[in-house]
Design a binder for this molecule. Structure first.
Ligand code: 3PG
Length: 215
């Protein structure tokens, strides 16, 4: 899958809803309910970070929930890409980008949202054909004002910013023409997950979904 093809698919996924939940799943038993709760609230694109031992099995379970698009986040190595694809991830997300990681996504046909945080990193990915990128860590790297500024010289790259985004500042990003969606963990708080308060997760997802009217 070429970078251009990957970006087309990534754009499609990013346009499904204004927010992509960034999920850290410790307990596999939560996976199905969590996916159902988020999808019910209107957020179908889900990023499961490969930061816990349960993550790959969680992707396997969540990929079976109707109406969702489950991706793997925190991809760092070619082995991560291979494992994510085998678990059923339909897209990948990485905090940065290395040639080995990009080559693996091409080889395993996994549409990647590669991470960038500077104009040069954005340009290097654009040279390879990635027109849809993750801006990470968003708040710490200049936030919405950075993305607004970078949109003048490089309007052809669209972003999914993540890192430090919440209900409070999501609209600052979503108002920009070079933003497709934002990523954030606030829609799946640890307390709600631990207590199985799926109604609260659905409420937070619906609140996030309403941040921008859907086309
Ligand atoms: C991450 O990779 O942890 C994401 O950027 C989510 O960040 P957040 O927890 O600040 O939403």
């Amino acid at each position: 899958m070429t970078p251009a093809e990957q970006s087309l698919k990534a754009a499609e996924i990013c346009r499904l809803a204004p927010v992509v939940p960034v999920l850290v799943i410790d307990d596999l038993a939560q996976a199905r309910d969590l996916a159902q709760a988020l999808i019910a609230g209107g957020l179908p694109a889900l990023e499961v970070t490969l930061r816990t031992s349960a993550a790959l099995d969680a992707i396997r379970i969540m990929a079976e929930v109707p109406g969702g698009q489950v991706g793997a986040g925190t991809l760092l190595t070619p082995a991560d890409v291979k494992a994510a694809k085998a678990a059923g991830a339909t897209f990948g997300v990485s905090p940065g980008a290395t040639d080995r990681l990009l080559d693996a996504c091409a080889e395993y046909d996994l549409p990647l949202l590669p991470g960038a945080a500077t104009a040069t990193e954005i340009m290097l990915l654009l040279e390879k054909g990635y027109t849809v990128q993750k801006f990470f860590p968003a708040e710490q790297s200049g936030g919405a004002s950075f993305l607004k500024s970078v949109g003048s010289p490089i309007p052809q790259v669209k972003f999914c910013p993540t890192g430090g985004i919440s209900l409070k500042n999501a609209c600052d990003y979503l108002a920009l023409s070079n933003i497709l969606c934002v990523g954030g963990s606030w829609v799946a708080p640890k307390e709600a997950m631990a207590s199985g308060n799926w109604a609260e997760v659905t409420r937070l997802a619906a609140e996030a979904c309403a941040l921008r009217p859907q086309a």
